[in-house]
Design a protein around this ligand. Structure first.
Ligand SMILES: NC(=O)c1ccc[n+]([C@@H]2O[C@H](COP(=O)([O-])OP(=O)(O)OC[C@H]3O[C@@H](n4cnc5c(N)ncnc54)[C@H](OP(=O)(O)O)[C@@H]3O)[C@@H](O)[C@H]2O)c1
Length: 308
């Protein structure tokens, strides 16, 4: 498994992250198999959020973790706060950030989070309050590093003006099918396609310019949570090219789809969400796949794009 050093952040983190959003539906024993399979495949980074199963993902992880025999200090645990489905709002107030982290640590049964991300922008956020919360969390040792998720560059800039700690991560959606993070850079100024529309204020280039590591979420999904495009007959050309490269590399199509993200020079991490140990092992082989410049373009174009 390839390891990355996040500038001003955690070092030696795995390029593939195990996401735990889908863990609540699984038993303690099955969750332990997921954690162990990921760890044995070289994953040392696990992603959570307060809203995954309304906290149940973190509870299940903590119940399962002792069964794995893995030491807490050998892994990085990340969680996110700010999405409050029970209240129908997003909340980045000082009070909510602090109480969320206390609740996360209680559910995960750990003294500290390696990284805390603000999950989605609270439209009423006051950056001074976020700064106060981060200072308190850093001083108490409850959080080691900080970042954001799904934020626009100017929202991140606004935060950075007040927050002392470096924002080292932005977790953003990216897959071959949901590639808008990349598309706008290709189609700029082109009136014939709405792929030229800048939907995120050039978040990709902004993150690269500011040493913010992108964590790509839902690398196999179509739409928001529309199921995977792998083996979906509605994506024949994409599956044909994925299949050809998978055969050449001796891996699965899912591994090639993840390798496509890892091949990007932004050096992103990819968060996989499968809860099937065999799928975890297979998909982590993405780290060993070396896609050429031309492979990368072939995959991109086969997902329904064209060279302008
Ligand atoms: N920041 C955000 O706003 C945000 C939003 C969404 C997700 N996330 C994070 O991203 C993580 C990953 O999201 P995701 O679960 O949507 O990612 P994903 O890896 O794109 O999708 C996983 C799903 O694809 C299925 N799948 C079907 N065939 C597969 C195959 N051959 N190999 C692997 N998986 C296959 C899995 O089913 P099986 O379990 O049966 O394999 C699972 O249901 C989440 O756990 C969460 O940590 C963040």
């Amino acid at each position: 498994m390839k390891k990355l050093n996040i500038k001003n952040g955690p070092q030696n983190v795995s390029a593939v992250i195990q996401g735990c959003m889908r863990m609540p539906e699984h038993s303690r024993e099955d969750a332990a198999k997921v954690i162990r399979a990921a760890y044995d495949a070289g994953v040392n980074f696990f992603d959570h959020a307060t809203c995954y199963g309304y906290g149940e993902a973190e509870v299940r992880f903590a119940e399962a973790f002792p069964l794995t025999g893995i030491k807490r200090e050998d892994i990085f645990i990340q969680s996110k706060c700010g999405i409050c489905p029970e209240r129908g709002e997003f909340d980045w107030t000082r009070e909510n950030i602090l109480s969320s982290v206390d609740a996360i640590l209680g559910r995960l049964k750990t003294d500290y989070l390696d990284t805390l991300l603000l999950h989605r922008p609270d439209l009423l956020f006051e950056p001074e309050e976020v700064a106060e919360a981060f200072d308190t969390l850093e001083k108490s040792g409850k959080v080691r590093w900080f970042g954001v998720s799904n934020t626009m560059p100017m929202q991140t800039e606004l935060l950075k003006r007040y927050v002392k700690q470096p924002l080292v991560i932005n977790q953003l959606q990216l897959s071959l099918e949901q590639s808008q993070l990349i598309d706008q850079g290709l189609y700029m100024n082109n009136k014939t396609t709405d792929m030229s529309v800048s939907r995120d204020g050039s978040a990709l280039d902004y993150c690269r310019l500011n040493d913010i590591t992108i964590q790509a979420w839902s690398p196999l999904q179509k739409g928001m949570f529309g199921g995977t495009f792998i083996d979906d007959p509605e994506y024949p050309e994409l599956n044909k090219v994925l299949g050809e490269l998978a055969e050449r590399e001796g891996v699965t199509k899912a591994a090639v789809a993840v390798a496509w993200i890892l091949r990007h020079p932004a050096k992103m991490q990819v968060i996989i969400g499968t809860m099937d140990p065999a799928h975890i092992r297979e998909t982590c082989q993405a780290s060993d796949v070396e896609l050429s410049h031309n492979d990368w373009y072939r995959l991109y174009l086969s997902s329904g794009k064209f060279l302008p």
